[in-house]
Design a protein around this ligand. Structure first.
Ligand code: GTP
Length: 763
């Protein structure tokens, strides 16, 4: 046996090499799936210099994503330890009460869940024979939450990452949140390697998981390793590509031991699985396909190259196996990150030139250091030193004290401080190159803003933001201090899925979000971070209203009451609008007026009026979505027209047109996953049926079964109690937002009647 790595446990934080090597993710959003029918963008305008290529080749920007409790944080902790980034391993909910590095919030450590994504970076020298250079790879990692209530954290991480590790439990396999993460990875075109964790658990079965990846996630996949030992006896893996056995030894598995000798008891299985790997690749990779047709076998390097090509091409996912908690086979996974996931220059990233019409083709960006700067602010955090803005630099370089321009607002700002993040710690830096992630202080902006050096008008598409599904009335106990609104404003700014509004009728502050846990965490953070104790009302479903047909309007707002009058005329139509799958946006204002029938300085007031009208539908008082407002004509009066008059005219016009457009109520539909012992299957299915659930999938394995159903959120209140009763407390469920659907007519009528009653009571 040969001892390959007795890795130094701790590398100094500020190694000179690392100072220049922290890289980060790319606008994977721009990566088109292999079979996309859209035309490929033209090649980037800026060529990469040799030193760009050198730097980027050894750069990886990855996310770790999965269903709740799959072991993402535990895995990331090992990665940081083996790469020398942290001195010791601390467990999630560990007995030492320190907690994992990436769960830095007190609440995360107490609850043992990840709430916010955390970024860090490390270096890795791969053991893979393909890489003879022995140069270390710089890996930026974002650990994301698994709980669906914090899905925006996954969304924004994947928006700016180049590749991902999809973690799956070796027993539970593909779970509901795995399919959500899968969808998010597809949305942003992020190549992924799969990691079947918890191989030490009784009942671990990687082959079932591989087949689930193929059938449920519909991506060709094959194991690139087979396990040596099972469950408690799991002690290493056979690398099927380079045909070697890999074990962990030493303190917490720090030493990687590689042997050419494949243990006799797994030899047949390894041969069979290597053949399966080649067959799967032959389906998606031409070179391997041709070799097989000619009855030839690929060399190890050919096999590795094909895995890399097809993974980056989004046609394949190589599957790795391991046990993070038992410190087994994590290092080979890191080798896999370097070998099979792309570097920032291998992805097509585009921006839109805002000087050109929307229909103009996008402009390709290149991660060249001397190209004009293009960066995307993807996450905001309020810190002790002001706003901390996480930014991915896609093109050009960002330097401390530089002036940068916000493409949305046109504002010019100076970069006062530039840092790299290691969970909650920061490292000051002077500049950062393309393909990297950094954070800047003291720059006011919104999440999703693009920054440039002012020489271009480029703007990048933002991320997908799902609509809230649940809301609560909230108020401070005792006298309300300024901290109450300060906290709400901060949370609203940091998290686009957290909304706050004042209900004009009840005068209550209403907070909305992605689930009860999401809102609960914010209420708790108000108490801890702002010293504001709050009482909350009962959770309410976030219903919405929409229209089902086009409706034209010609509306004159006219008031003559003595003094200055008000006059404004707006003409146009509203029509149903589908959600943009890239951004989640489903409302739009369009101005088609030509020839100045309304002076251009009144158009923003009309747009504002439209967005104001969307806040409250006339049926049930819920927000309106799925509407395009098109302004085609209008009229004004030289003296009596004003911004206020046009705003009021728009609100009046919209309300009138809305009533005529067959307005309906929409309710959130949730994807509910229930896991329980098989003996309770009929109880559980019966329970879901009584809640008008539609069973979309079910699976029985060993003594356990899983049912997945679509159920209206309104019908889910009290489900945990019912499930407990139906399964003697042994059933578990999770749910996540799927879509909004028209509510049944009787529910709509009920909601309308209740709303009318509150309106009447106010009069
Ligand atoms: N048996 C076993 N348990 C593991 C393994 N990895 C993690 N766990 C346990 O699984 C639980 C969840 O681990 P985490 O690392 O918090 O999982 P996570 O995916 O980061 O969790 P969230 O971010 O809250 O979704 C913890 O109790 C871990 O100790 C493993 O390889 N084997």
């Amino acid at each position: 046996m040969m001892l390959v790595r007795g890795c130094s446990r701790f590398t100094p934080l500020l190694s000179p090499w690392r100072l220049h090597s922290w890289r980060a993710a790319s606008a994977a959003a721009a990566v088109k799936p292999a079979d996309a029918d859209t035309e490929a963008p033209p090649p980037p305008q800026h060529k990469l210099a040799e030193r760009d290529v050198q730097r980027l080749t050894f750069q990886r920007n990855i996310g770790v994503s999965a269903h709740i409790d799959s072991g993402k944080t535990t895995l990331t902790e090992r990665i940081l330890y083996y790469t020398g980034r942290i001195r010791d391993i601390h467990e999630v909910r560990g007995r030492d009460s320190v907690g994992a590095k990436m769960d830095s919030m007190d609440l995360e450590r107490e609850k043992g869940i990840t709430i916010q994504s955390a970024a860090t970076f490390c270096d890795w020298e791969t053991t893979s024979p393909i890489d003879a250079s022995k140069q270390k790879y710089a890996i930026n990692i974002i650990d994301t939450p698994g709980h669906v209530d914090f899905t925006i954290e996954v969304e924004r991480a994947l928006r700016v990452l180049d590749g991902a590790i999809l973690v799956l439990c070796a027993v539970a396999g593909v779970q509901s949140q795995t399919t959500t993460v899968d969808r998010q990875m597809r949305r942003y075109g992020v190549p992924r390697i799969s990691f079947v964790n918890k191989m030490d658990r009784p009942g671990a079965n990687p082959w079932r998981i591989v087949s689930q990846i193929r059938s449920k996630l519909r991506i060709p996949a094959a194991a690139v390793q087979v396990p040596i030992g099972v469950e408690d006896g799991f002690k290493g893996v056979v690398d099927l590509v380079y045909w070697r056995a890999i074990y962990n030894e030493g303190q917490k598995g720090i030493d990687v031991v590689i042997s050419e000798e494949i243990p006799a008891d797994v030899l047949d299985l390894a041969k069979q699985k290597r053949t399966e790997l080649i067959e799967q690749l032959a389906e998606v990779d031409e070179e391997i396909g041709d070799l097989i047709l000619n009855d030839e076998l690929p060399s190890n390097d050919q096999l590795a190259a094909a895995i890399r090509r097809s993974t980056i091409g989004l046609k394949f996912s190589p599957v790795f196996l391991g046990s993070a908690i038992k410190n087994t086979a994590v290092q080979p996974l890191l080798d896999g990150v370097c070998a099979y996931l792309p570097n920032p220059s291998e992805l097509d990233v585009v921006a839109h030139d805002t000087n050109l019409p929307i229909s103009a083709p996008p402009v390709p960006l290149a991660p060249a250091a001397d190209a004009p700067l293009v960066g995307l602010a993807f996450k905001l955090e309020e810190g002790r030193f002001g706003q901390l803005t996480y930014m991915r630099v896609y093109q050009g370089s960002l330097k401390k004290a530089n002036l940068i321009y916000n493409a949305r607002t046109g504002k010019k700002v100076k970069v006062p401080r530039l840092v790299r993040m290691h969970s909650n710690e920061m490292e000051d830096i002077d500049s950062i190159g393309p393909g990297e992630i950094c954070a800047i202080f003291g720059v006011e902006c919104s999440s999703g803003d693009t920054f440039t050096d002012g020489s271009t008008s480029f703007s990048m598409t933002s991320m997908f933001v799902p609509e809230p599904v649940i809301s609560l009335a909230i108020k401070a106990t005792g006298i309300e201090t300024p901290n109450f609104s300060r906290a709400l404003n901060r949370f609203k700014k940091e998290d686009p899925t957290f909304r706050v509004h004042l209900d004009q009728e009840s005068k209550e502050t209403i907070i909305s979000g992605m689930g009860e846990l999401h809102l609960e965490i914010y209420v708790e953070r108000m108490r801890r971070e702002y010293n504001v104790d709050c009482v909350t009302g009962k959770p309410r479903v976030a219903f919405r209203e929409t229209i089902s047909k086009r409706s034209d309007f010609v509306y004159v707002h006219k008031k003559q009451t003595g003094g200055a009058g008000q006059y404004a005329k707006v003409c146009g139509y509203i029509e149903p609008m589908e959600m943009d799958p890239e951004t989640g946006k489903d409302v739009m204002f369009e101005n088609l007026i030509m020839g100045g029938t309304i002076p251009t300085n009144y158009i923003p007031a009309i747009e504002k009026g439209f967005y104001e009208a969307l806040e409250k539908g006339t049926l049930t008082g819920n927000p309106i979505s799925g509407v395009r407002f098109v302004l085609t004509d209008g009229g004004y009066h030289i003296v009596d027209s004003s911004e206020l008059a046009f705003r009021n005219a728009t609100i009046g016009a919209f309300r009138e047109a809305f009533r005529a457009a067959n307005a309906i109520v929409l309710e959130p539909i949730m994807k509910v996953e229930v896991v329980a012992p098989s003996e309770f299957q009929s109880n559980v299915i019966g329970g879901l049926n009584t809640r008008r659930g539609t069973i979309v999938d079910s699976e029985v394995r060993d003594d356990e079964f899983t049912a997945i159903a679509d159920v209206a959120l309104n019908d889910m209140f009290g489900y945990s109690n019912q499930l407990r009763g139906a399964t003697q407390g042994k059933g578990e469920f999770s749910m996540e937002y799927k879509t909004h659907m028209p509510a049944l007519m009787n529910l709509q009528m009920e909601l309308e009647a209740a709303y009318k009653k509150t309106l009447l009571a106010k009069k």
